[in-house]
Design a protein around this ligand. Structure first.
Ligand code: SF4
Length: 461
């Protein structure tokens, strides 16, 4: 009997493949022009109209001198340089070369004043190439944004960004090292007023393309701001549907009432600082029972209906042996944990002045992470199962077409550089906890190409 079913399955697969070839050929005949949706003054892009930055190696790229930048910042803060230099001059910018050496991809650069710098970008050239080849291209050019996106060389030129991070306060109830914000140690309190928060949210809506994005309240510890709940509620009121808080979880662990109030205000996710499994793995943050606190926060938030995304800053040699255990924790708790987020350390804020030796030893690239996860869990072929976050924009394009020209908002579309962030989708049976990467049984590059063809034809519903 099973032989008969297998034969029938094969026949269906061949028939579907044949039907797709015919459909796709017909679909290519005189495609419809792209429409201009209500949320943009420019039309939707066909896949072949999307711009890409220079990719591949060896190549030259724009970069910054890590020693010039703090010097320039100090001069601006001391009033010796006007801040306009950041808008009008290329201060601190130098050229860098991206090269391959001994099977690794490196960035090497020379500053005329501070000398030579090098850092590793990837320990796996095939992985690096796969990410670049999976990049579908940039979003519609940003427009109606002249007053907001005016940041000199750093100006956003395409799309509208996909995460709006609003630092509500620099106060924090912890004193970590690392802390990329240098929270709690800068010697002054910087906290947004209600008017400032509202203005940021209102202004961000005016940027076109008016796409959905994640509004993330951060800090310091955002729950310490007196406006935290109001800010969440206002974001939902004006139309953002993914509102998050990046939190260490202490306040959520202390109060179920706060969790309930946050859920009622419209908080959808808590990006929970999460360094590893067990109190020892969290002890470098100088709180003895921090892991117990995290578990309490997860339970309280889950009970209130807020989704939890554990976020781990990974530092090579400090906690990279934890990635496997954290993934196992997620797999063991599939009803409470929908996503995990790993953030390779960036040596900014309190860590800006580290020595070259420590930087080289602690640098943790996306390729380190993909390989550690493979080694520690067995999941994820680095050059098969990981994709740039921007890969999803092809599917956003499809949803934009389906929602049509009268939709108020465009779909969230992350058009960021293919090395900016990566993701792997896992399929998990929530009862048996069996799990596998989706791309172990689905050729996503092929699916994305097929969806792009459907988008390019732009047929109506
Ligand atoms: S909890 Fe976050 S913001 Fe607070 S000190 Fe630690 S890293 Fe910085």
């Amino acid at each position: 009997m099973s032989k008969v079913i297998k034969c029938a399955e094969k026949a269906v697969v061949y028939a579907a493949k044949g039907a797709w070839v015919i459909y796709e050929r017909l679909n290519r005949i005189s495609p419809n022009p792209s429409f201009t949706p209500k949320w943009s003054d420019k039309p939707l892009l066909k896949s072949y109209q999307k711009e890409k930055p220079p990719l591949g190696w060896p190549r030259t790229t724009d970069s910054l001198c890590p020693k010039c930048i703090p010097e320039i910042r100090k001069q601006i803060l001391d009033g010796k340089l006007p801040h306009e230099v950041l808008l009008n001059d290329k201060v601190g910018e130098i050229k860098a070369q991206i090269i391959e050496r001994n099977g690794e991809i490196l960035m090497v650069k020379d500053c005329p004043r501070h000398g030579h710098f090098e850092d590793v970008m990837s320990i796996d050239t095939a992985f690096f190439k796969h990410l670049e080849e999976s990049f579908p291209g940039r979003d519609i050019r940003a427009h109606n944004d002249e007053k907001l996106h005016h940041h000199g060389t750093s100006t956003v030129t395409h799309g509208r960004g996909s995460v709006l991070t609003i630092d509500l306060t620099n106060r924090c109830n912890m004193m970590c090292d690392p802390c990329f914000m240098d929270a709690n140690q800068v010697g002054f309190v910087h906290e947004l007023t209600w008017e400032e928060i509202k203005t940021m949210l209102d202004n961000a809506i005016t940027v076109k393309p008016k796409r959905q994005m994640s509004v993330q309240f951060s800090g310091g510890e955002p729950t310490l701001s007196p406006y935290f709940l109001d800010a969440v509620a206002y974001s939902r009121k004006v139309g953002y549907n993914s509102v998050q808080a990046a939190s260490n979880g202490i306040e959520f662990a202390k109060s179920k009432e706060l969790c309930r109030a946050a859920a009622e205000a419209g908080l959808r996710y808590v990006y929970l600082q999460f360094d590893g499994i067990g109190n020892a793995a969290n002890s470098h943050r100088k709180v003895g029972n921090l892991f117990d606190v995290k578990l309490q926060a997860i339970n309280n938030l889950h009970e209130a209906g807020v989704e939890i995304v554990p976020v781990t800053t990974i530092i090579n040699g400090i906690n990279n042996e934890q990635v496997g255990r954290i993934i196992q924790f997620g797999l063991n708790n599939p009803k409470k944990i929908s996503f995990l987020s790993f953030q390779p350390v960036s040596f900014t804020g309190r860590d800006e002045d580290i020595t070259d030796e420590r930087r080289l030893a602690q640098r943790y690239t996306l390729s380190h992470m993909a390989h550690d996860i493979k080694k520690q869990t067995g999941f994820g072929e680095p050059a098969r199962d990981w994709f740039p976050l921007s890969f999803m924009s092809t599917f956003s394009d499809w949803a934009d077409l389906i929602h049509g020209p009268t939709a108020e908002w465009g779909q969230l579309s992350c058009g960021c550089h293919p090395k900016c962030g990566i993701g792997m989708a896992m399929m998990i049976d929530k009862e048996t906890k069996e799990a596998a990467p989706v791309t172990a049984f689905l050729n996503m590059n092929k699916v994305a190409k097929d969806v792009a063809r459907v988008n390019d034809a732009a047929r109506s519903k």
